[in-house]
Ligand binder design. Sequence first.
Ligand code: SF4
Ligand code: SF4
Length: 147
Amino acid sequence: MAIMKYAPQALKNLFLKPVTKNYPAEPAVYPQGTRGHIDISIDDCISCGMCVRVCPSNALSVDKIKGTWTINRFDCIACGYCAVKCPKKCLFVNPGYQEPKDGKPDETYTKSPEVLAAEEAKRKEAAAKAAAAKAAMEAKKKADEGQ
Ligand code: SF4
Ligand code: SF4
């Protein structure tokens, strides 16, 4: 009788807690080290492009002038290598999975206007210094030629 074979386990199960979770009412708890998705603290990014160069699936792009960092969520394999290599440590492997969305898989993050303004000011200052140094060199060269 097969029913007698399973009866003890069936009776035991009546007094055990369910092995499944009441998701999504009960939020999922991800084990330590779960590689869910990559997050960025965009205002700390210096647009060096290191993450773009090391990404094995070409999932990233950076625009220094626009101050954007873009990830293609479909291409990313969540290896975490970009986070390891980022010199500013502004990339993180978030253990949670992202919610499904419609539309394009590209997700673009843009630096805040304050950070963009500060970067623009630095670029202008560097360009002015370079122009001044070039002018000084040319003046010196002319002076040397006149001797
Ligand atoms: S986690 Fe890996 S695949 Fe995803 S963006 Fe970073 S380096 Fe590329
Ligand atoms: S490696 Fe880090 S600092 Fe450099 S572009 Fe990528 S996110 Fe920004």
